[in-house]
Design a protein around this ligand. Structure first.
Ligand SMILES: CC(=O)Nc1cc[nH]c(=O)n1
Length: 105
């Protein structure tokens, strides 16, 4: 079954709404987003809806393949991005880059 909703930590909300964060990197439990579908975005902490995004692409990636290009799309340094991913998904090496466009926020 494909996914129609996604949760983000509140600390990412401003970057998403300003268009500075245009990808999210998830584990295999969230790989089933379909390109060209609309997804509702809420906060992880309280479930508060804050925007709607259009899924553009979903691509597998390993932790070691994360690059400055991905970091820029996350509005982070590569060091910050790798630390965030390791904090959220400790030890997970098979990941997915979900590229999206902000629709309504
Ligand atoms: C709630 C949650 O897992 N949020 C994440 C995880 C990875 N990247 C991201 O931007 N947000």
């Amino acid at each position: 079954m494909f996914l129609t909703g996604i949760l983000f930590f509140e600390r990412f909300e401003i970057d998403i709404l300003s268009g500075k964060k245009t990808i999210t990197i998830r584990d295999e439990t969230e790989k089933n987003f379909i390109p060209n579908t609309i997804v509702q975005v809420s906060t992880y902490e309280t479930g508060r809806w804050f925007c709607e995004i259009l899924i553009k692409d979903v691509q597998p990636i390993t932790y070691d393949e994360l690059s400055e290009f991905h970091a820029k799309q996350e509005n982070m340094t590569l060091e910050e991005l790798k630390a965030v991913i390791e904090e959220i998904y400790p030890g997970v090496r098979d990941l997915y880059v979900i590229t999206y466009e902000l629709l309504v926020g």
